[in-house]
Design a protein around this ligand. Structure first.
Ligand SMILES: [Zn+2]
Ligand SMILES: [Zn+2]
Length: 370
């Protein structure tokens, strides 16, 4: 069968002939790939800065944002049956007995670094016709989400981030939904950095949780992403027209920053204006660059005097996948056209090169296999 992969040793990106996988254990599920989303991680792997093939393979099949349909289940699979829609998670636990997070099915917190990731690190991905996965790494998707469920994996970034926020901000017992039946973000102000798919999905999650939400991104208005963001009920502010200080003046106390831009300069500049008792959630992974100047004294003073928190978050656990599917249903009711507008193009496997190394724009581009 066909697959798109990279051959790092030869710095090649190719349409490959890949063996069709079969079920080899009772808890496995064979899945037909329906859609796979393309993101910055895939594009970075195609520049060969990271991305490792499985042991014994010259190539790595790409793709980690998948929607699939079950075609066959092993004898001990309990909750899935042929025809069901599923989304697989990405990270698989390390083998070490002493790694407590991995042994507790929380490999997103793996302590050894020896985890693997499908389509990224030493396990083949989902940019292919069929794949096999253990049931525990799959989450069921209701059929009504068929056309948007490829967005589940990028939404898990915000879901895990918010799960961290709810946990650590319990230090503020008078806020975060403790006001009697109000959504947890009621009366609080959130800033999203970046207007890519992770940022826009994060803005949807923040709005759905009741935050007054601002998206701070580079492009000047009017532009299609700004229009989309504002039709959700968030405010779009361009960094070309409003400086970080102006942003802070406009908003007032910034209770939460959700960073989805992957650039350090703007992020640390916005950290400087985080509000009292605020939390700053980093999700981006910047490419290494020479050191930059930051207002370290102001940032350190504020962290102390304003009781601020900075938290980084990577990958996602099972709960984040379940929450993403639940919230996607909420988004689909509240913003049916805007949610679908996030998927700006559907392509065939043969279009891989244009999507991975070409200049194809848009928000989220998807390879549709069926
Ligand atoms: Zn991705
Ligand atoms: Zn581990």
């Amino acid at each position: 069968m066909q697959a798109v992969g990279v051959i790092p040793r030869r710095k090649e990106i190719r349409l490959l002939e890949h063996h069709a996988p079969q079920i080899s254990a009772n808890d496995e599920v064979r899945i037909r790939a329906l859609e796979v989303g393309i993101c910055g991680t895939d594009k970075e792997i195609c520049t060969f800065v990271y991305g490792a093939p499985p042991a014994g393979s010259e190539y790595l099949v790409l793709g980690h944002e998948s929607l699939g349909q079950v075609v066959e289940v092993g004898t001990s699979v309990r909750d899935l049956k042929p025809g069901d829609l599923v989304v697989p998670s990405v990270r698989r636990p390390c083998p070490h007995q002493h790694c407590q997070p991995c042994r507790a099915d929380l490999q997103d917190f793996c302590a050894t670094g020896d985890f693997t990731e499908r389509g990224i690190k030493m396990k083949h991905g989902f940019m292919t016709e069929y794949y096999v996965e253990q049931e525990k790494f799959l989450t069921y998707v209701p059929p009504e989400l068929r056309d948007v469920a490829v967005l589940v994996e990028p939404l898990t970034v915000a879901e895990k981030g918010l799960a961290q926020v709810w946990k650590v901000q319990q230090r503020l017992p008078w806020t975060l939904g403790n006001g009697g039946g109000k959504p947890p973000g009621y009366g609080l102000k959130a800033v999203v950095l970046g207007a890519g798919p992770v940022g826009i999905l994060g803005a949807m999650a923040l709005l759905a949780n009741g935050f007054e939400t601002y998206v701070y991104s580079r492009s000047k208005k009017p532009n299609p992403k700004a229009e989309l963001v504002e039709s959700l009920g968030a405010q779009y502010i361009s960094s070309l027209t409003d400086s970080v200080n102006q942003l802070a003046e406009r908003i007032g106390n910034i209770d939460l920053v959700y960073e989805a831009v992957g650039a350090a300069k703007i992020s640390y500049d916005v950290l400087r204006v985080l509000g009292t008792n605020g939390i700053f959630v980093f999700t981006g992974i910047p490419a290494p660059r020479p050191p930059i100047e930051v207002d370290a004294d102001i940032i350190m003073r504020n962290l102390v005097l304003k009781n601020q928190l900075v938290v980084g978050t990577v990958n996602a656990d099972k709960a984040a996948f379940q929450n993403a599917i639940r919230d996607l249903a909420v988004f689909s009711k509240r913003w049916p056209s805007e949610l679908r507008a996030l998927i700006t193009g559907r392509f065939t496997l043969e279009n891989y090169r244009e999507l991975l190394v070409g200049e194809r724009g848009g928000i989220k581009n998807v390879i549709a296999l069926a």
